[in-house]
Design a protein around this ligand. Structure first.
Ligand SMILES: N[C@@H](CCC(=O)N[C@@H](CS)C(=O)NCC(=O)O)C(=O)O
Length: 211
């Protein structure tokens, strides 16, 4: 059994989607980040960066193992299950490339955009413009990639698609509306959102945690 520490956010949903895809049983441990539960001492022993998601695998070889950082968790679960990440060779590195592109680029930039548009107490046009421009650039990178291959890593659906989907599903409609001209047409990205969103495991993972 795996304990999944998560909340109703894109980074958390990457891992519930992955667990649904690979079919490993898991127990949802909600961490309400709006109430500051990510700073509680017990959670810090599992996630020293005070953020969700994190997991504890009670069946790991050698005893219970905690893993934090969504990219590391996706790789761990892929290696444990032998699914959604090639064990070696070019396909593995293509999937890792796009997974870390998401973790280091798409996620943080969209996170900052969301903060300045929806949560900041002061309106900062410069910050909104900077992160909108970066969001459009990153979605253009996705569009280019997806017009050559059905999935981010290439021919096969992988952890890279799982990493990007919850963020893109949340942000594409907003950026398409707020920066319509710059966003333009993104047919390959739209088709990918539909293709990935239609998977049963993605639907189930996106509904976790139930609050
Ligand atoms: N690099 C981390 C980012 C995780 C992250 O930003 N988690 C957010 C929710 S999406 C969080 O826990 N926020 C609470 C806080 O910042 O205090 C990952 O990919 O796991």
């Amino acid at each position: 059994m795996i304990d999944l520490y998560t909340w109703t956010t894109p980074n958390g949903r990457k891992i519930s989607i992955m667990l649904e895809e690979i079919g490993l049983p898991y127990k949802v441990m909600p961490v309400d980040t709006n109430k500051g539960q990510q700073f509680e001492a017990t959670f810090l022993t599992i996630s020293p960066n005070n953020k969700i998601p994190a997991i504890v695998d009670h069946d790991a070889p050698g005893g219970p193992l905690s893993v934090f950082e969504s990219g590391a968790i996706l790789v761990y679960l892929a290696d444990k299950s032998g699914q959604l990440l090639a064990a070696s060779g070019p396909a593995r590195y293509k999937a890792l490339e796009w997974t870390f592109w998401q973790v280091g680029g798409l996620g943080p930039m969209l996170g900052q955009l969301g903060f300045f548009v929806m949560r900041s107490k002061e309106r900062s046009p410069e910050a909104i413009e900077r992160f909108t421009t970066e969001a459009v650039r990153l979605f253009t990178v996705m569009e280019r990639r997806l017009s050559h291959s059905p999935y981010l890593a290439g021919a096969d659906y992988s952890i890279a698609d799982i990493a990007a989907y919850p963020w893109a599903a949340a942000a594409v409609p907003l950026v398409r509306q707020s920066a319509a001209e710059a966003f333009g047409e993104k047919p390959a990205l739209s088709a990918w959102l539909e293709r990935v969103g239609a998977r049963a495991a993605v639907g189930a993972g996106m509904a976790v945690p139930k609050v």
